[in-house]
Design a protein around this ligand. Structure first.
Ligand SMILES: *Cc1c(COP(=O)(O)O)cnc(C)c1O
Length: 382
């Protein structure tokens, strides 16, 4: 059964309501800097049960914003995981800080609090745990370490909007939580991101970075004698704004988030059921104190790297576009050249990388497509 069209590992879910919402903004007075952005921010903040939210033009810009808000700078170290997208560590470099990697656990591909502990020095300022595949990191242990050593926790929740940890929504688990609205994530705005936080000081700095470092807040102005036209640039910022067009899409998508996540969960349960007797693969177990946003379906192939490559190619030959998440960051040439990392530095991450394949998971996958993925997996991995 050769699928006619390729099956991506993930894709967006857009319906007529989303399209209508975007068109409405296109006909309105504001395409950017209008009222839809703050409406979207308020809805996300309410959904996550936090006080403040600041929308950004991408998840990467939002990560940059969080590092800036945390006042990370030259000489400061920030601990993160190697098993993530490059953006989780690049944001530390954007503000002049030094990324320090802590290996993942053996049991599941999330940063290991014991490894974080070993890497804390007098220069450590923050921790960036990543909720890989939609599964929240070990926030109890991470927050306890942070409190003890006076560190800021910035959750990279690009995969996990809608997930929970001990009954609490992602967004309320860290000092700042960074979301991404790329088309493969829980909800999409095309490109887009957001930082949610309960801290007013972080919130104000996030606003500054997003808009060139400019403030119009009269209480904050250095020069208080000017008129109502006046504003001041007080920091070096960027144009990291989301548009109202994108925010309209985000608002419309947010209404459906729980349904979208439930659809992902159903697919994953079907895969789990179909693969439970395949001894060559291991699916991810989610610890029972948390729920996932089911961003990915990562399987680990209990065999050699060569075999993974072979199996990856076989899937692609029949147009099933499985993916690998992720190449450990410390093995990228840029990081190797800059920091001297080498193979063997993070054994759990490297082993996970050698074995991982992400099977297609997205809410609108058809029964036929899902059946193709299941048959192919059984065929290639029995
Ligand atoms: C998607 C993603 C980001 C942010 O990506 P953008 O494409 O800039 O929105 C950050 N971290 C992780 C782990 C991601 O998957």
């Amino acid at each position: 059964m050769l699928p006619k069209k390729f099956i991506p590992y993930s894709r967006q879910t857009i319906d007529a309501g989303d399209i209508k919402a975007v068109i409405k903004v296109l006909r309105s007075d504001y395409l950017t800097q209008g009222p839809t952005i703050s409406a979207f921010e308020k809805k996300v903040a309410t959904y996550c049960n936090v006080k403040h939210a600041v929308a950004f033009s991408s998840g990467t810009a939002a990560l940059h914003g969080a590092c800036f808000a945390a006042k990370i700078g030259v000489g400061d170290e920030v601990i993160t995981t190697p098993i993530t997208f490059a953006a989780s560590a690049n944001c530390i470099l954007y503000v002049g800080g030094t990324p320090v990697f802590a290996d993942i656990k053996k049991e599941y591909p999330l940063i290991d609090p014991q490894e974080i502990k070993k890497r804390i020095t007098k220069n450590t300022r923050a921790i960036i745990p990543v909720d890989y595949s939609g599964m929240p990191a070990d926030y109890d242990e991470i927050n306890a370490l942070a409190r003890k050593h006076n560190l800021i926790v910035i959750a990279d929740a690009a995969h996990s909007l809608g997930a929970t940890y001990e009954g609490k929504k992602v967004g309320a688990l860290a000092d700042m939580t960074v979301l991404s609205f790329h088309p493969v994530k829980s909800i999409t705005t095309g490109e887009g991101g957001m930082v949610v936080t309960n801290h007013k000081n972080f919130y104000e700095r996030l606003l500054l970075l997003r808009n060139q470092g400019i403030t119009r807040d009269k209480k904050k102005l250095v020069n208080k004698t000017q008129g109502d036209w006046f504003y001041e640039m007080q920091e070096l910022g960027f144009n990291y704004r989301l548009t109202d067009i994108q925010a309209a899409l985000g608002l419309s998508q947010l209404e459906k988030i729980d349904k979208l996540i439930a659809a992902r969960r159903n697919i994953i349960h079907k895969y789990d059921e179909a693969f439970k007797y395949l001894s060559k693969i291991k699916a991810l177990d989610v610890p029972n104190n948390r729920t996932s946003a089911w961003h990915l379906y990562p399987i680990q192939i209990k065999a050699q790297d060569k075999n993974r490559k072979h199996i990856f190619n076989k899937f692609h030959q029949i147009k099933i576009k499985v993916q690998v998440h992720y190449i450990p960051i410390h093995l990228h040439p840029y990081y190797q050249k800059k920091f001297g990392y080498k193979t063997g530095d993070y054994p759990n991450s490297e082993k996970f990388y050698r074995e991982e394949l992400s099977l297609p998971v997205f809410p609108k996958i058809t029964k036929y497509e899902m059946q193709s993925v299941i048959s192919a997996t059984k065929k290639f991995l029995s």
